[in-house]
Design a protein. Sequence first.
Length: 271
Amino acid sequence: MPHISSLLISNVKKSARKIQKERGLTYMQALDISAQESGFSSYHVLNKKFNEQKKQHSKNQIHINSKEFSALSLLKKTIILQPVKDGIEQHLKHRMMYLSQINNMDKMLIEHVQQGKLSENYPLAKEALIKERKRQRELEMVQTFEEAENTIYTLYNDGIEVGGKITKHDWPLINNGISKEFIKKGGYEYRQLEQVDKRMIGYHLLAFSHFFRSAAACFGDGRDYHANFKTYMSDWISATGMIRSEDFNLLREMYPENATLRMSKGTSYWK
């Protein structure tokens, strides 16, 4: 299978928006035409192969670092648990429904501009057009479950940084789509077990729930930087009071202490 870059996906979407405007088609119809022009039978086929390729790349990366593998594989298993998966899918559905709505007044103003009855520079019409362009952009960014899943893994691996892969457009998913309370509940249950390997799972589940909440707060506070999970977990071990004394050294061996602690004692928010 030829390599499919994120740039190709971006160019196909860009071309589709142009085709949509020129031919008066729906965005999905335009995506299929654009994908066909790039040598694929449909956009669905192109996107499916792109996601398969990313998953294969992730599998290859897992074998590089065995310490990273245990946490990432646990996250992958957690995401497909029904309550977590349901939460993500429900969020995506509600997001699509919300963005599919348009204010009746704005709709009328836009129609009048398109029909030549009103200048696009008329203040109310201009405002309506700006809102509509923003709505269309955000509508195009609504993800499938597989895309949302990859966004979660990207946040885990890369964190949030200026110009990075995770942007404010991913905030609704991180904030509302992930069932943090369900993950946290599982973490508390596992942490109480006698087997040390089960307790390690418990600590990671607790840290996952706090990590996603902390990343969501990052956007909510207007900040544009947040650690990846490995860095976060190291600080979490230092700051949290949830770790049994006999487990602390094992966790610290897995996640050596960071040079600078970016989390206040007794909290789980990374700053």
